[in-house]
Design a protein around this ligand. Structure first.
Ligand code: MN
Length: 729
């Protein structure tokens, strides 16, 4: 556009912003201004002004708030991606990644569709803003953008005025409040009230206008009397006097149903002093000067408001009979009250750690996933990832649905209603068909496609959904809709798994069934089947319990109990404790291949350390009878706290049958047990003997395997292998 057409005013504003910053930063600001000017070209605001006025005013607000140069530059460029040919890449190249991210963030926030809702929904919308902003500066820029737009609401058509005002009142003003930015909040509220309740607004402004002169005169007198009194008391202070903003009076009149004469704090005086002690001193002096209204004193210094606001408040009656509010606070408190989170940039050294912490209490409260990071860090890093674990999406009617990160349209459907989920056949996101396992993102509009003829949810949805709510509702459906089918499916699933785990026969025992049902808390086998059928209990979990109970019952039957282990430590990583020695060479005898669970004894060899045998090994019995060897036997035990694997041998007597070897091997491979050696020998009577060496954890496992092998057709007997001829000592 022709620059000469532009109001001089615009250039003065830019120069003023630049004057607040260093040379390099001023150049950045100038560059951004020129860029925006060029990009917006001949675009006009509804007011008829050149478009550039808006970004410049936004930047002025940001500069007043004291924001950093990146934010001001982003403020100047904030409508470029949306309204001009400029792209993220171009802005990133010209102004850096940080600015580009801010501009993009503001653009995204602008795309949130808004419609008025109940308070709960509004809170979710506000959270969505924060969640989508990622960087708190994005919200502040958006607030500045909205503030300037609100200042020019008069140029909008009436319908838009109401819509935008409502949005401002319900989203932007509360956000400003939560971020502690009082002045922005007040102005946004007053500007929107004008269109939301023009009559109420006119009533209050009319009343204030009528009395403006009188009130101002009154405030002037009060101000100078207080100043004088404090000077006498040796307290240095700054006093600000003002009339309360329109919306706060409006809330009192319409919310609390008060008349003007019942509102005590139309006039307000703020006394700003050096330290907290002076705050209380000033309070005493004021109460001495003016009659306090009982019950109107509030100490927000010792108990700050949730957004970190700190101040003493009291209401007193002036000499003219006019009541007024007095706020007393320190300079720091005043700065953070006016600028809130933005005070961090404006007064970098002005806020104490505690004040900062409190000023951002709300934001911190939202930082659920970052509870440990302290306020200092949070502010330093500015980039915030609030609600990293949540997404906020819209229904087509504009309701906000809050879901966990990673949620898919099925979760959304069930969050709306079970009937929607159960009839779901597909989903649209922002008008486009998406897969049902599409990962939802904040701000998206989700539309569930349903059909009355659908047969309910699919079983594999259970594995896809993210929310417990959806999972439960799907399970509920299967539970209710098809009990018979569930029982059949559950029975088949369990039987199949029992067979694979070689537990099918064990499970036929009534003892085992009773024990397992009790462990899993099911009243009957049928209920257990039904539950497996609709996904209420995982079949793998049932198998684990069956295995545990089978082992427990077997052990009880065979009287296998674990020996009490004493303090001594096992030698090396052998899992064996040798009496009196904790550092010696230990090996396991080849003749009897002992494993944990076997009773063992050690033989002190000549030069080969300790050899471990089973106490029932024939070699041990023979050796103990020999005088010269008897004294070399030493007590040993297993250390059951150690988990090792051991090789041991089995001897399997079978009828000679084709395929029997394969059957036996299958037992081991199903149990995931390693077979180390295998040989077979046929005897003369039509029998075979298989010699197998396997790696097991102990006797418990070995016995489990031996029981399995005994059940293979054609197996006559299974024994531990003992090699009587080898000495192995
Ligand atoms: Mn804008």
């Amino acid at each position: 556009m022709d620059i000469s057409e532009l109001d001089k005013d615009i250039f003065e504003k830019i120069e003023k912003i630049k004057s607040h910053h260093g040379k390099e930063e001023a150049q950045q600001i100038e560059k951004a201004f020129r860029y925006a000017l060029e990009a917006h070209g001949d675009q006009k605001r509804r007011s008829g002004e050149p478009y550039i006025v808006h970004p410049v005013e936004t930047a002025v607000i940001l500069d007043d708030l004291g924001l950093d140069v990146d934010s001001i530059v982003a403020g100047l460029l904030h409508d470029c991606i949306e309204d001009t040919p400029a792209t993220f890449q171009i802005i990133e190249k010209e102004f850096g990644e940080s600015v580009a991210n801010l501009v993009e963030g503001v653009t995204k926030l602008g795309k949130i569709v808004y419609s008025s809702k109940e308070e709960e929904q509004m809170e979710d919308l506000r959270k969505m803003f924060i969640a989508m902003a990622k960087d708190i500066r994005v919200i502040i820029i958006k607030l500045a953008d909205r503030l300037h737009n609100a200042r020019t609401f008069q140029y909008l058509p009436p319908q838009k005025q109401r819509e935008k005002s409502l949005e401002t009142m319900e989203i932007y003003a509360p956000l400003a409040h939560r971020l502690g930015m009082q002045n922005v909040k007040w102005e946004l509220e007053d500007l929107s009230l004008k269109y939301l309740d023009p009559v109420g607004y006119a009533e209050i402004t009319g009343y204030l206008d009528e009395r403006k002169v009188a009130f101002n005169k009154f405030l002037e007198t009060v101000q100078s009397s207080i100043l004088q009194r404090l000077e006498q008391a040796g307290i240095s202070c700054r006093i600000k006097a003002r009339l309360k903003h329109v919306y706060s009076l409006y809330r009192k009149m319409y919310g609390q149903n008060l008349t003007f004469s019942e509102i005590y704090d139309i006039c307000a005086v703020r006394v700003i002093v050096h330290d907290i002690a002076d705050c209380y001193n000033v309070l005493g002096l004021i109460h001495d000067m003016y009659r306090p209204v009982p019950g109107r004193f509030k100490d927000y210094i010792s108990t700050p408001k949730p957004n970190g606001y700190q101040s003493l408040h009291t209401v007193v009656i002036g000499r003219e009979g006019i009541p007024f509010e007095v706020q007393i606070r320190t300079e720091d408190m005043d700065q953070s009250a006016e600028y809130g989170i933005a005070a961090h940039w404006k007064y970098k050294d002005g806020l104490s750690g505690k004040q900062k912490e409190e000023a951002f209490a709300w934001v911190r409260q939202l930082l659920e996933s970052q509870q440990d990071s302290d306020a200092e860090d949070f502010i330093k890093n500015i980039k915030v990832d609030l609600f990293a674990d949540e997404v906020f999406v819209f229904t087509p009617k504009g309701n906000v649905i809050n879901l966990p990160q990673g949620a898919i349209p099925i979760d959304f459907a069930y969050a709306i209603h079970s009937a929607v989920g159960n009839r779901m056949t597909g989903a649209k996101v922002n008008g486009r068909i998406v897969p049902i396992d599409y990962t939802l993102k904040s701000g998206e509009i989700v539309d569930i496609i349903t059909s009355k003829t659908t047969n309910g949810p699919k079983r594999d949805w259970l594995k896809m959904v993210k929310t417990a709510e959806a999972r439960n509702k799907i399970k509920q459906w299967f539970k209710k809709e098809c009990r018979e089918e569930n029982i059949e499916r559950g029975r088949a699933d369990l039987e199949r798994e029992l067979r694979t785990a070689l537990l099918y026969d064990d499970f036929q025992s009534e003892d085992v069934q009773t024990a397992v049902l009790k462990r899993l808390n099911f009243p009957s086998l049928e209920e257990l089947y039904a539950s497996i059928g609709y996904g209420g209990v995982m079949v793998s979990r049932v198998i684990i319990k069956v295995k545990e109970e089978v082992t427990r019952l077997n052990r009880e039957k065979h009287g296998i109990t674990k020996p009490v282990v004493q303090k001594p430590k096992a030698v090396g990583d052998t899992g064996v404790i040798v009496e009196g020695l904790d550092n010696c060479l230990v090996k396991f005898a080849k003749c009897c291949t002992p494993i944990p669970g076997d009773s063992i004894v050690g033989f002190i060899t000549r030069g080969y350390g300790i050899s471990i045998h089973r106490t029932d090994c024939p070699n041990v019995l023979g050796s103990m009878k020999k005088e010269e060897e008897a004294g070399r036997w030493i007590r040993t035990e297993w250390d059951y706290s150690e988990k090792h694997k051991y090789q041991t041998g089995l001897r399997i007597y079978t009828q000679t049958r084709v395929g029997i070897l394969a059957d036996v091997i299958t037992v081991f491979s199903n149990a995931k047990v390693n077979v180390n050696e295998l040989s077979a020998r046929d005897d003369t009577e039509g029998h075979s003997i298989l010699y197998i060496t396997v790696t097991v954890s102990g006797r418990e496992q070995l016995e489990f395997l031996m029981n399995r092998i005994r059940r293979c057709p054609g197996v006559v007997d299974v024994k531990r292998n003992i090699n009587e001829t080898g000495s192995g000592k």
